[in-house]
Design a protein around this ligand. Structure first.
Ligand code: ZN
Length: 501
């Protein structure tokens, strides 16, 4: 092997090990750590993050990348070595553009702001977090400005999570999507709402966990290379390609919460578990963007987990797991209940049809704030006005208005939300191509088998990790660029059937 490439890989492996150790500390913090561990844990994680950053931004890494340039240029674009060098350079340049002192200042502010938000939200006190949010906006602008030559100030921030996506491409995409979605929402909500009382009975935690695990095992989540634990806000995390974990929470008065969040996180995890093992320890060994990652959680949660094909196999099983609660509930009633569409105030509780409207509101506000066209003090009222016009609802307070999502309070303003809607759109585009290549997928699903779908996704998406960008993966896997058409078609077909529209 090329000696410089060997040395680069050795250095990258150390960075990876530090980051993985940090991820393990973070997982522990969210699952089993006693509260007394918090102060030291914060410090330990900051230390590991600093060491990883120092190692990765070492000028020796830049020198190796320079020396490897002719080698990379002599290889085809999609060769593993060329891809590793290309992706590492992109991340190296990004990491070295942001001064370490700024990263520390941002992290410190985010921790403080998050803490204040955890108190301000239950107290319904936006005024309390407003100065923190103003500083976050300021820091977000500074962060964007370390990257010169952008079209829009949000572009570098969007690029962090959805590389290659820009305001100028997302704005028309979202506008078109909105124009198509609003009539669908109107048609559905003009009908009597689906009755979901069957989901709101008492469902004991142990049985809920057992059923969820039975489902994700069938979907293909590998428990030999993962495990599931309980937490407050479900997430997926990875320590290596052989250890990809998920977490969940259970509400005993709600059957759908734990089940669908389990399938969602398993979707993220199956993406990571499907990456080629020889990418282990390199920047290629991870999902390629937040949009493509979310496309996989949404595929398994919605296109599979909320489909009639899936429940033709699993409905008798869930009835057997909960005979008292579900005997006598018809298949049709259950399918309509898990697909209930309604205008609501909270993004995380929204159904798959209205969900994107919540995302677009946030996306537009991020842009307006960064552009300076919306003052922070006006944000709460602007929020209410927009919910009124887009969803026909007004939250009784800011707690369920502008204070509801953690993203801006613990992160940055810009690039925080578009990945969710991109995920929905991409999921349908992949699914359509998978069905075309493997027409037997629905028949398999009705028999509780998912190999054909998982096989297509592994072949076309999972195995590549970060080797290709989102746009490249979409083009390669589906033969065309990102399009909202498959997603709209999917929603129309599904809900026409469910609601006899
Ligand atoms: Zn997700």
């Amino acid at each position: 092997m090329n000696p410089q490439l060997q040395e680069l890989k050795t250095r990258l492996l150390e960075v990876n090990d530090l980051n993985s150790a940090n991820a393990l500390l973070s997982w522990d913090q969210s699952t089993y750590m006693p509260s007394g561990g918090a102060p030291a844990r914060g410090r330990q994680m900051a230390t590991l993050a600093r060491l990883a950053h120092e190692k990765f931004t070492d000028p020796a890494v830049g020198k190796l990348l320079d020396e490897l340039r002719p080698y990379a240029e002599s290889l085809p674009y999609d060769s593993d070595d060329a891809s590793l060098i290309r992706v590492t350079r992109r991340e190296y340049e990004r990491a070295t553009k942001i001064p370490a002192e700024f990263v520390a200042r941002l992290n410190e502010h985010q921790a403080e702001s998050y803490q204040v938000w955890t108190e301000a939200r239950p107290a319904n006190d936006f005024k309390r977090v407003q100065p923190y949010l103003e500083k976050t906006l300021d820091l977000s602008r500074q962060l964007a400005n370390y990257f010169t030559g952008y079209e829009h100030i949000a572009d570098p921030l969007i690029d962090f999570s959805d590389e290659g996506m820009k305001v100028s491409t997302l704005r028309p995409l979202f506008a078109e999507l909105r124009a198509q979605l609003v009539p669908i929402v109107q048609a559905i909500t003009a009908q009597p709402a689906a009755d979901d009382a069957c989901l709101k009975q008492n469902y004991p935690e142990a049985q809920q966990l057992a059923f969820g695990q039975e489902v994700i095992k069938a979907l293909g989540y590998d428990f030999n290379r993962g495990r599931q634990d309980k937490t407050h806000h479900p997430f997926m995390t990875k320590f290596s390609l052989g250890d990809v974990r998920i977490t969940t929470r259970v509400k005993e008065r709600d059957l759908s919460d734990a089940l669908f969040s389990t399938i969602h996180e398993a979707g993220h995890a199956m993406y990571e578990q499907g990456i080629r093992m020889d990418f282990e320890g390199t920047p290629l060994a991870g999902g390629t963007s937040s949009g493509v990652h979310e496309s996989q959680s949404r595929t398994w949660e919605n296109l599979v987990g909320r489909s009639q094909d899936f429940w033709m196999f699993f409905y008798p099983r869930i009835q057997a797991a909960f005979p008292e609660q579900l005997t006598g509930v018809s298949f049709e009633t259950f399918c309509r209940a898990i697909n209930k569409v309604e205008r609501s105030l909270i993004r995380t509780d929204a159904d798959e049809v209205t969900y994107n409207l919540h995302v677009m509101i946030r996306f537009d506000f991020e842009i307006a704030l960064l552009e300076g066209n919306l003052a922070m003090r006006d944000l709460p009222e602007a929020w209410h006005a927009r919910y009124q016009s887009d969803l026909g609802l007004r939250a009784p307070d800011d707690r369920d208005g502008v204070l509801q999502d953690v993203h801006w309070y613990g992160g940055i303003i810009g690039g925080s939300f578009q990945g969710y809607t991109l995920g929905n759109v991409i999921s349908a585009q992949f699914f359509q191509s998978a069905l075309k290549a493997q027409p037997g997928i629905p028949t398999q699903m009705r028999a509780g088998h998912f190999d054909a779908l998982r096989g297509w996704l592994t072949e076309n998406v999972y195995q590549h990790g970060s080797k290709f960008t989102a746009n490249e993966i979409i083009q390669r896997a589906t033969g065309r660029p990102l399009s909202i058409e498959p997603y709209i078609r999917y929603l129309r077909t599904k809900y026409r059937e469910l609601y006899q529209l």
